[in-house]
Design a binder for this molecule. Structure first.
Ligand SMILES: Cc1ncc(COP(=O)(O)O)c(C=O)c1O
Length: 482
């Protein structure tokens, strides 16, 4: 026989007042078809007795369901289920059928998601794969002070909706920083503040590519870019990189858009040479293509002075420059920016309103204060020194413990590619993972067969000791399986 008791064991309901727990259980039982339309519910006195509650509690529950339209109560006759008989009822739970997605939706779901940024989240130990900045070295107290100051000063204004292009003060700070540090040609009017570089790539794909149009991507390259362009329905053409960066000398079909990381190729780490930059701009001009320059960690240059951004060489407004605060400040801030040619500003700002409106106003304001107050520049200087030191420790530890491995491009960024001798990577990866080293094979970043073997190692978020310890462990694994 049906008993309401079983429906009352819902744990999430346990904190509700008793009459609400009962009305919730009755509602669920009605929707599941245990009392069909028109049928009579037990009398309140009977249910009170059965459940061991006061009759007034059951009365309250019935009254609630009557007010919601589930019951009709007739004096002297009882309480009847008043739902229309045609209402589809929730039957007992069965495994959900696969949802039918649109073709575009299916293509996006099939990319398998890009979880690079979230690797390591939830794990206790900090690992070589992270590629993240060091959150412990962030000036928390200062940030908290600025946050409080800004909230006190402008709280109500910052609670309102904001400009889809971004807070003017932040756009101004970004434009002057980019002009000074990266040689970018831009006015604050060309800057769009976004929640991530990923959003920049997504917007660019949606606005600039029709389904089936061709995009060139670096091979190997950034999975986030590949997924954003696939989401736009683009056809992808992997173009190889060598020691000078993206090599556009081969014969490839004409692109509509080219994605590149010229300051610090992701994942291999070389900087694009000047001749290659000029050749790329010339190829884009000949094809009438847009270039997306993803300068995701160009701030961190250690041994050499970096070339200014590719955008600074662009004479005819075809380079879209993308930068992020994820590496220089912290990832969960969710603030990034793009600098677009003047004739794209309106389209991108309008598109931003169709996506999520704008980024968090308070955090934009605090970031603007952090930059205008000179804290950004000094944080950057300190982080550059800290990460350079960690990079040096990584290189020294690899040389000491893992002589079979080699490193080529290590002058910038928060991670570097480490090469293994041919045929060894897969076996060593398995052994490393078994010892708690979740090594990230370079093969993951290739669309086609990889032409190099090795791993991408992030070092910036690890202490000197953690780097030494993990490389020491790796060294032992390599020696024992030689
Ligand atoms: C090449 C590249 N671009 C962009 C990003 C991420 O930036 P955001 O957090 O702003 O999406 C990453 C993150 O790892 C990256 O490797």
């Amino acid at each position: 026989m049906f008993s309401l008791q079983a429906w009352l064991s819902d744990e999430t309901a346990a904190r509700l007042p008793r009459h609400e727990q009962i009305s919730r259980a009755l509602r669920a039982a009605i929707l599941a078809g245990h009392w069909p339309a028109g049928s009579r519910l037990p009398a309140t006195r009977q249910l009170a007795c059965e459940l061991g509650h006061a009759r007034s509690t059951i009365e309250q529950a019935y009254a609630q369901l009557e007010a919601e339209g589930y019951l009709q109560r007739r004096v002297g006759a009882g309480s009847f289920v008043s739902l229309p008989a045609s209402l589809p009822l929730r039957r007992s739970p069965s495994p959900p059928a696969a949802a039918r997605l649109s073709q575009r939706g299916q293509a996006i779901a099939d990319t398998g998601a890009c979880r690079e940024a979230t690797l390591g989240v939830g794990t206790e130990s900090r690992q070589l794969f992270s590629g993240q900045p060091d959150s412990q070295a962030f000036p928390h107290a200062l940030w908290g002070k600025l946050l409080l100051q800004r909230w006190r000063q402008d709280g109500p204004a910052l609670m309102r909706y904001g400009d889809p292009q971004g807070l003017p003060a932040l756009r101004t700070a970004i434009a002057s920083y980019l002009a000074l540090a990266r040689g970018v040609n831009c006015q604050p009017e060309q800057v769009l503040v976004l929640s991530s570089s990923q959003q920049a790539l997504l917007l660019a794909g949606q606005l600039l590519l029709d389904a089936g149009e061709l995009a060139w991507l670096e091979e190997p390259g950034y999975l986030g870019a590949r997924n954003a362009l696939l989401a736009a329905g683009a056809q992808l053409c992997p173009v190889p990189v060598d020691d000078e960066g993206l090599n556009t000398n081969g014969e490839y079909p004409k692109p509509k858009l080219i994605y590149t990381t010229p300051s610090h190729q992701y994942p291999l780490g070389m900087a694009m040479s000047l001749p290659r930059r000029m050749a790329l701009l010339a190829r884009a001009r000949a094809a009438g293509a847009w270039i997306i320059e993803d300068d995701y960690d160009g701030e961190f240059q250690y041994d050499t002075h970096s070339l200014p951004a590719l955008q600074s060489l662009d004479p005819d407004g075809r380079v879209i420059y993308v930068g992020t605060f994820s590496k220089v400040l912290f990832g969960s801030l969710r603030l990034a920016y793009m600098v677009v040619p003047a004739n794209l500003v309106e389209a991108f700002s309008n598109a931003r309103t169709a996506f999520d409106g704008h980024s968090n106003q308070l955090l934009q304001a605090v970031t603007a204060d952090f930059m205008a107050g000179g804290h950004f520049a000094s944080h950057l200087r300190q982080m550059r020194l800290l990460y350079q030191r960690r990079r040096d420790i990584l290189l020294a530890s690899l040389a000491e413990h893992c002589p079979a491995l080699s490193v080529r491009h290590h002058s910038a960024g928060l991670q570097c590619a480490v090469y293994t001798p041919p045929g060894r990577e897969a076996g060593w990866t398995t052994l490393g993972r078994a010892q708690g080293l979740p090594l990230r094979p370079l093969a993951q970043f290739y669309a086609g067969p990889p032409d190099r073997e090795g791993w991408l190692m992030g070092y910036a978020a690890l202490s000197n000791e953690e780097i030494r310890r993990q490389i020491d462990t790796l060294g032992r694994i390599l020696r024992h399986s030689a």
